[in-house]
Design a protein around this ligand. Structure first.
Ligand code: EPZ
Length: 420
């Protein structure tokens, strides 16, 4: 396994172009299961997770190949309905094939995704939604087995104890587009990635309204045809790069990003003293002054995204003052705390809160990545730290950040890959 070595202390400067959104691409690729026609998806980042989804599509009978960010999907043979444990267990987002398989074939057998390091990751809302549409659901030997003679539109409240669910909204939407009649999803997830999926489904001939709001209406249709689509830019990568500019006291112009998808993050970082200037479809990020500590609470979109929590914690770790970071989506999503503290940060966990006392500087150290966004926070801390940081298990990082070391090298970072 490789590790990533970073020599910190360099101010990152220059331009970077953001890749397509991982969390939009994954359900959109799954949605190609809803038609036998060919689909072409552009702006697909070359990531572990997107390649895993291509493998799943192939295992279900599709031709699915990626060339220079373009994925062409077509039907090789009759679509299978079993999403195998060995693939689903490597990426829990594979669970979003449940909705399209059920929608298209009226049957699906998908391995339960299980938990991961950031939390238990239940699927009760997914099951509630497909049952409301008329599916019989059994759980057997770690698989969800869902089948239905017909799927009928329903009024479904999809809010859980932590608010809305992104992939449950995706799954229910994809099961409902070919159902008979109208489906209303109340307390739907509003994330831009959910909205982008709906845009793609409508290009395929679906009749979806209200996507991007908590109330989504779906008029079932009889058939979906192939479509072409370019996915939205990855707002979490953009937010991560913005923090790279701030934590290194640099000056980065971020291209191919939609500031309106990062409103809560931009607002919070401006409160801390960051300057965001929009120019020609790009966003220039630097400090206006010495940053000050800010408090952060993660919430469903349009609130502050949980996927930016670890990254903003790294920034607060070297910002004077006390910052209270509250994680309301995954209360255990703090694997990065111990690793940041190994670098000299002063972070104390209190249940769903992390109290961060900003230090003047962090010191480079050997650290271990535990999950995708925790590894991003370790990269950010390494960029700011004095001395060398060596991050092991960087396969976590490769799941969600395309060519991250090249992008950072182009900005002046001293970062390289080394054999473990
Ligand atoms: C999506 O996961 C993202 N993944 C996650 O990004 C992101 O952190 C999460 O949404 C929240 O924004 C993809 O889109 C592939 P949820 P998802 O269902 O859909 C609870 C990353 O770093 N819940 O919105 O699985 C759940 O436990 C990844 O890119 C239920 O209670 O998340 C959590 O507390 C990590 N029952 C909350 O809802 C359910 O049936 C939100 O989870 C489903 C979820």
């Amino acid at each position: 396994m490789d590790k990533l070595v970073i020599e910190g202390g360099i101010k990152l400067k220059g331009e970077v172009t953001i890749s397509g959104a991982k969390n939009a691409v994954l359900p959109i690729l799954a949605a190609t299961l809803l038609t036998d026609d060919a689909c072409s998806i552009k702006g697909v980042p070359d990531l572990r997770d997107t390649n895993t989804m291509l493998k799943i599509l192939r295992s279900l009978g599709k031709n699915a190949d990626m060339e220079k960010g373009i994925v062409d999907v077509s039907s090789a043979k009759a679509c299978g309905y079993v999403a195998d444990y060995k693939l689903v267990s490597t990426m829990r987002a594979s669970f979003c094939v449940l909705g399209p398989l059920l929608g298209k074939l009226k049957k699906a057998k998908v391995s339960l995704p299980g938990g991961c390091i950031i939390g238990v990751r239940p699927v009760d809302l997914h099951i509630k939604g497909i049952k409301a549409l008329g599916a019989q659901v059994d759980i057997d030997s770690g698989y969800i087995i869902a089948k239905a003679d017909t799927l009928k539109g329903a009024h479904i409240y999809l809010g859980g104890m932590y608010g809305s669910s992104v992939l449950a909204t995706d799954n229910v939407m994809m099961a409902a587009v070919l159902a008979k009649g109208k489906t209303i999803i109340e307390s739907a997830a509003c994330e831009p990635e959910v909205e982008d999926l709906a845009v793609f489904l409508n290009k395929m001939g679906a009749k979806i309204k209200g996507h991007g709001t908590p109330l989504i209406e779906i008029e079932g249709v009889r058939h979906l045809h192939g479509a072409a689509h370019t996915v939205i830019p990855d707002r979490i990568e953009a937010g991560t790069i913005a923090i790279a500019a701030l934590i290194t006291q640099g000056d980065i112009t971020i291209k191919n990003m939609l500031p309106q998808h990062l409103g809560a993050v931009i607002d919070k970082l401006e409160e801390s003293g960051a300057s965001f200037v929009r120019a020609h479809g790009a966003l220039r990020v630097r400090r206006k002054r010495q940053l000050n500590a800010v408090n952060v609470t993660t919430l469903p979109y349009p609130g502050f995204p949980t996927d930016m929590q670890a990254q903003v914690m790294a920034l607060m770790g070297v910002t004077p003052g006390i910052s209270v970071i509250t994680e309301k989506i995954y209360p255990d999503r703090f694997m990065h705390v111990a690793e940041l503290n190994r670098m000299g940060a002063a972070i104390q966990r209190e249940g769903p809160h992390a109290i961060v006392e900003g230090k003047k500087w962090l010191s480079g150290a050997p650290v271990m990545a535990s999950d995708l966004r925790a590894s991003a926070s370790l990269v950010l801390a390494g960029l700011a730290a004095r001395g060398k940081t060596a991050i092991s298990r960087i396969y976590h990082l490769e799941r969600g950040y395309e060519n991250i070391e090249e992008k950072l090298q182009k900005l002046g970072a001293r970062i390289w890959r080394q054999k473990e």
